[in-house]
Design a binder for this molecule. Structure first.
Ligand code: ADP
Ligand code: ZN
Ligand code: ZN
Length: 743
């Protein structure tokens, strides 16, 4: 008997091992097995397939079967295989990403607490009296005994955690020890869960007529389409609609996965859902400990039944037994795509595959749907339903544009604030309302430049200029994290005349502190929110109105429901627009609409001020008029003209090497090999906007692929081309990453 094994290594292949006679009855798909691989190393692999076959000479034996029951379901393995094929991702990387390391390495241990239990029948008065009698020589021992007894009855539970004994009863250690020695009480251990669950404490809100209509429309559309897109303006009550839909599913004993972006998760939305769903809700996100992940894995594996899982992108890999509905909130959000590590995959794509595996429905929701999703809706692949009004018919914010060219020309600027903006901020604060200031860069200035010779301080590892952080007086690379102390002297000409170029949130905060000295100002970006929980701490302080002005990056734009924000200002919209990427306009539109949506969310209309050098750009005006549809049409026309998604599929192949020359030549060679193929157009190799990251030179090749060609075929073509490249001895070990549907 043979078994095909997935190893936790960045390998596209699976490997075949011999199942010895002693394991024949235990081997099963989805169990972990220990196998040796390479030079004397052993790994815990997953059994993908068991079959009868002829063992080849080089096949090794399985050394051990770890599990009595499979830890990975067949449906999960199906998903891994599809993702691996669609995204050209090594299945070993998918295994590593999907399974918590506590399971992969078999290091998981249950958490136990020490408990105290009675060693006599506590309900029998005579026995208790007998113990009291036994302790009559020591008043204190008697007292302690009675205290503990009381506590048992009070809790209606005949066990107490040691930590609780200490905290609640303040009992002397020595006396406790004596009582245990006398075998009146016993010391035991109890397994406890590391997962925090909360009790349900409130009902869902009653939907408005409009929301009800939308909900029944969604259900109606589900009869024909597996995916429905809910396009609803910010604060229209999309979340309330998800909640009602989920309640319906739960009442029919169905299971739900609720996917949320990476960032908003820890805060309000989760609390909101926890209050309603209580213990039915399981939370899965990147800040959880590995042991917590293992516990959640096991709960689902044992088919806990009738659960809502809320999670970030990697929760698509959980061992669902059944899945009936997948809700994807803020579906436009880029954090659904894993771009920074292999496997490069989209949780939205994975949700699509899950939907096929389980027959689950998908509800996508956004105020600014991704162009791909909206076009799928337009072409009839998805159902579409729209909510045009905010809850309570609160008006969408009034958006005003301020022309920076004019403001600078008329000297109406103080730092990066126009006088008009300063007035509006004062007016808002005067009414006791709060202000959000948005600048999409962190740090103080984007770079330091020598005013004499133009020299710019760059990262030694990457081809980018270093961002200046004044609070730490450091220069740091936002690509690799390289940080140096700021010397403020030109390394080219020795001049000390160094100037700041560009500005980030630190500078905005500093200017705001000078302009509005009597108000409390805080900053929310990945520097200030580095520590665990500090993100939600800053937000809740803001919610409690202990902060008047919040300065932040896109972190402040995500699905957060502030109730007292009178004004949102974008200090410079233009740096959102000037990225060399076909999606930059989509991202900019989405960012501006979402950030605007933070204004005036309860009872009154808020104001948004956008400072820009290009007040006439169509995009800015679509934002101002909240005109998604026109924006969409413009985007589709552009993408049609230049042949970009959704009119084709894009695959980016990146080659990396320490030598620039090598990276270049290997990329040329790979492009040449790929061009023999007629399934796609090959563009490049090109220099990416950042040519060097972490000492590695990068060259990108772009494939434009007709939507008609099957992804299996493409996967094969790409796989074979890379294999051919690697047959050239020089390029055997060159790093190649393939990113399908890249952002
Ligand atoms: P969205 O998800 O579309 O941004 P939300 O569901 O967060 O909108 O709703 C915005 C605000 O309006 C929230 O504070 C929410 O509680 C409130 N809200 C929405 N619908 C209702 C309703 N039917 N009854 C009471 N409050 C509602
Ligand atoms: Zn200089
Ligand atoms: Zn760097």
């Amino acid at each position: 008997m043979l078994a095909e094994i997935i190893l936790p290594l960045p390998l596209a292949q699976t490997y075949t091992y011999v199942v010895g006679q002693e394991f024949a009855s235990q081997i099963a798909v989805g169990k972990r097995v220990t196998v040796s691989f390479g030079a004397k190393k052993t790994y815990n692999g997953i059994v993908l397939r068991v079959f009868e076959g002829e063992a080849k000479e080089n096949y090794k034996n399985i050394s051990q079967i770890i599990d009595n029951e499979p830890v990975v379901t067949e449906n999960q393995l199906k998903l891994w295989q599809i993702i691996s094929e669609y995204y050209c991702a090594p299945i070993g990387d998918i295994y590593t990403a999907a399974v918590p390391s506590g399971l992969r390495l078999d290091t998981y241990r249950e958490k136990t607490v020490k408990i105290l239990v009675p060693n006599f029948d506590i309900n029998d008065n005579e026995q208790a009296n007998f113990v009291l009698e036994k302790l009559k020589k020591s008043k204190r021992q008697q007292e302690t005994f009675l205290k503990i007894l009381d506590c048992f009855f009070e809790k209606n539970n005949f066990e107490i955690e040691f930590s609780e004994l200490q905290k609640k009863l303040n009992i002397s250690q020595n006396i406790l020890k004596t009582l245990i020695q006398k075998e009146i009480f016993l010391q035991n251990e109890r397994v406890v869960s590391r997962l925090e669950t909360k009790k349900s404490e409130q009902d869902a809100k009653i939907l408005t007529e409009n929301q009800k209509k939308t909900l029944s429309e969604i259900e109606k559309l589900f009869e024909e389409k597996s995916t429905v897109l809910l396009h609803g303006v910010t604060s229209s009550g999309k979340t309330e609609i998800y909640i009602h839909l989920i309640i319906k599913y739960l009442s029919q004993n169905k299971n739900v996965l609720f996917l949320v972006p990476e960032i908003g998760l820890t805060s309000q939305l989760m609390e909101r859902l926890q209050k309603i769903f209580g213990e039915t809700l399981l939370v899965y996100h990147s800040k959880m400990s590995d042991a917590q992940r293992v516990e959640m894995w096991n709960i689902l594996l044992q088919n806990a039944g009738n659960k809502v899982v809320i999670g970030t992108r990697s929760s698509v890999f959980l061992p669902f037994r059944n899945l009936d509905l997948i809700v994807i909130d803020e579906e436009h959000d880029n954090s659904f795509f894993q771009s920074d590590a292999s496997p490069h995959y989209s949780a939205k794509g994975a949700a699509g595959f899950l939907s096929r595996i389980f027959g689950a429905k998908i509800l996508l929701g956004s105020a600014t749907p991704s162009i791909e999703s909206y076009s799928n809706a337009q072409f009839g692949k998805y159902g579409l339903t729209t909510l045009k009004n905010r809850f309570n018919d609160i008006q969408l914010p009034e958006i005003q544009l301020l022309d920076l060219k004019e403001m600078y020309f008329k000297k109406r600027m103080r730092g990066h604030f126009s006088l008009e903006l300063i007035d509006k901020i004062n007016e808002t604060l005067g009414k006791g309302e709060q202000v959000i200031l948005f600048q999409n860069r962190r740090g103080f200035s984007l770079s330091l430049e020598c005013a004499e010779c133009g020299w710019v301080q760059k990262c030694t590892r990457c081809d980018v200029s270093l961002t200046y952080h004044r609070l730490t007086n450091a220069l740091s690379c936002h690509y690799c994290g390289y940080t140096v102390q700021n010397q403020r002297v030109c390394k080219n000409c020795g001049s000390r005349n160094i100037t700041n170029k560009g500005f980030g949130t630190e500078q905005v905060q500093e200017e705001a502190e000078k302009l509005f000295p009597n108000f409390k100002i805080a900053r929310l970006d990945s520097d200030s929110a580095k520590k665990r929980d500090s993100f939600s701490k800053i937000l809740s302080t803001f919610e409690r109105k202990e902060i008047d002005i919040l300065v932040g990056t896109q972190m402040v734009s995500k699905g957060i429901d502030f109730s007292n924000v009178g004004l949102v200002a974008v200090l410079n919209a233009d740096n959102l627009l000037n990225f060399p990427d076909f999606r930059s306009h989509e991202n900019a539109f989405e960012m501006l609409v979402q950030i605007s949506g933070r204004a005036g969310r309860k009872e009154k209309q808020g104001i948004v001020i956008i400072q820009t050098f290009e007040p006439n750009s169509p995009l800015i005006n679509y934002v101002r008029n909240n005109d998604y549809l026109s924006f969409f049409k413009m985007q589709m026309a552009e993408r049609h003209l230049f042949n970009y998604p959704p009119y084709c599929r894009l695959v980016k192949i990146s080659l990396k090497h320490k030598s620039k020359d090598f990276a270049e030549k290997a990329a040329e060679k790979l492009a040449e090999i790929l061009r023999e193929n007629t399934d796609f157009a090959v563009l490049g190799p090109d220099n990416p906007p950042i040519e060097k990251v972490q000492f590695m030179f990068i060259r990108d090749i772009l494939l434009k692929i007709s939507n008609k060609i099957s992804y299996k075929k493409i996967n094969e073509d790409i796989f074979n081309s890379i294999k051919n490249l690697r047959q050239i001895p020089d390029y055997k070990y060159i790093l190649v990453s393939v990113i399908v549907d890249a952002l």
